[in-house]
Design a protein around this ligand. Structure first.
Ligand code: SF4
Length: 484
């Protein structure tokens, strides 16, 4: 049968859905919320395209490729929709916000276009389409807050690790970024609701949470002045949750870092000293054109506050190379900054103009080949720096949180130290993902540290891990952080 022919035997579709998630951790989190809400209405997740009656794409607009990938997958569904018009197809998130109604023109078989602030009502939107409504489109500000006071946790994928959104949106206006226009202004959750959610997660066996926000260090600034919460207070409040071992923060903006926050991070026994604080460029003129709101000197001062409070802190950065007007000298500034701040990890992106951003109107004047050369150069430099930093860990005592069995080094668990270094630990009965083990870091094998367990560590009883169910949310081409 060719792809254009209709199958002769009618396919039996069930009350089931396929959800594909693109982009950042926030999208993954939202995917879990949608999963829970759909399952709560009796929908079942399926990997089987022939079985699903609803196809949902939770999308990302940061880069063109991610959007084109969704258009490609939508194209494949044209045949499915033609064979069975009752199938419901929905595009949710940033791409829905960015393309809006026009998405229906390019993809006439799509039924739902649902903006980032409206995904909580996706089950209702599906009902509307099933009930006969055509082309349901909800965009812009929502009439109610995105996050409920109490989150339904049934849609979670991981067992020991969980994402928790503490805020939505972004109030900055970086010229290359689509986020503010698609995700709207900052909307912080109440600290009570966040702490309650994490307490419940911890009771379910979660030992590591990733607190999510586009500029997480601005948490609370949108809330009323009296008794306004902040990230420092939130970290303190989470200290009381016994089973919780690690808190990761994703992502900081240098402008909001202050002494109070650095002190709270330093006194927290759970805060992971592995912090994304993207610099984007090491050149002041480029930072100005990006409207990042800081200079290299200000970035330096903010990092100094953090490093003074936590000398073992490791930093992560995002970089954009080839931003309009970036000269050789500007790029040298980025190389110098990478060396100076000694990031443990970097994500490097070649600039590409995105419609809907301010920078879209600037001339994209750095040739493709040069962007690519700069990209490779920064990645190469980052590799060298990471290796040097990792070597300084050899000989230290640490605690690693086990993540998974290593594929590359069978018979070993792969875990992370509190400041983000990967370490291998020989397998022993009783180990499981999410367990924290005190170790000595004895050597470095060129890829990871090699650890030995402290002899006095009380080994836990072996746990029987139930066989994993089929993955319920497919994450496609994840974007590492938020700050792009
Ligand atoms: S790059 Fe980050 S801080 Fe800047 S507008 Fe985008 S999300 Fe906000």
């Amino acid at each position: 049968m060719t792809s254009t022919e209709t199958p002769s035997v009618p396919i039996q579709r069930t009350r089931s859905f396929q959800l594909r998630v693109f982009g950042c951790q926030m999208n993954v989190y939202d995917g879990e919320l949608m999963q829970a809400s759909l399952e709560g209405r009796g929908w079942k997740s399926t990997e089987n395209t022939d079985e699903a009656s609803v196809f949902l794409f939770h999308t990302c607009s940061v880069r063109e490729q991610a959007e084109e990938r969704v258009h490609g997958l939508l194209g494949e569904l044209r045949r499915v929709k033609k064979a069975d018009p009752s199938v419901v197809i929905g595009v949710i998130g940033c791409m829905a916000d960015r393309e809006g109604q026009e998405l229906f023109d390019r993809e006439p078989h799509v039924d739902i276009v649902c903006g980032s602030r409206h995904f909580p009502k996706i089950a209702d939107l599906i009902d509307q389409v099933v009930g006969g409504e055509k082309r349901v489109c909800v965009l812009g500000e929502a009439e109610s807050r995105v996050d409920q006071e109490e989150r339904d946790l049934t849609g979670r994928v991981e067992d020991y690790q969980a994402h928790v959104a503490v805020m939505r949106g972004c109030d900055m206006n970086c010229t290359y970024c689509i986020v503010p226009s698609v995700r709207g202004r900052v909307e912080s959750r109440s600290p009570e609701s966040i702490v309650n959610e994490i307490r419940r997660l911890s009771e379910m066996g979660v030992t590591e949470v990733h607190l999510l926000g586009q500029t997480i260090d601005s948490y609370g600034r949108d809330l009323p002045r009296d008794d306004r919460p902040d990230l420092a207070g939130l970290l303190d409040a989470l200290e009381d949750i016994d089973g919780l071992k690690r808190i990761r923060l994703v992502t900081l903006h240098p402008s909001y870092v202050d002494q109070r926050l650095a002190d709270a991070m330093a006194r927290s026994t759970k805060f992971m000293r592995f912090l994304p604080i993207p610099i984007q460029s090491g050149s002041d003129p480029v930072l100005r054109n990006m409207k990042r709101g800081y200079t290299v000197e200000l970035y330096r001062k903010r990092v100094a506050i953090l490093m003074k409070a936590m000398p073992d802190l490791e930093l992560i950065s995002d970089w954009i190379v080839g931003f309009p007007g970036e000269t050789d000298e500007d790029f040298t500034g980025s190389e110098e900054a990478m060396k100076e701040f000694g990031f443990l990890q970097s994500y490097v992106f070649q600039y590409s103009p995105r419609p809907g951003t301010t920078a879209f109107d600037l001339e994209d004047d750095v040739p493709k080949k040069l962007k690519s050369r700069r990209n490779h150069r920064l990645l190469e430099l980052q590799r060298e720096i990471a290796q040097q930093r990792t070597l300084t860990q050899v000989g230290k005592s640490s605690r690693i949180l086990l993540e998974r069995l290593s594929d590359r080094f069978p018979g070993n668990w792969l875990g992370r130290t509190r400041n983000g270094h990967y370490a291998l630990l020989p397998e022993e009965p009783g180990y499981h993902a999410g367990l924290e083990v005190p170790v000595d870091l004895v050597s470095y094998n060129g890829r990871s540290l090699v650890a030995e367990r402290h002899a006095d560590f009380q080994m836990p009883e072996p746990v029987v891990v139930p066989e994993a169910e089929a993955p319920v949310i497919r994450v496609t081409e994840p974007v590492p952080g938020f700050d792009v």
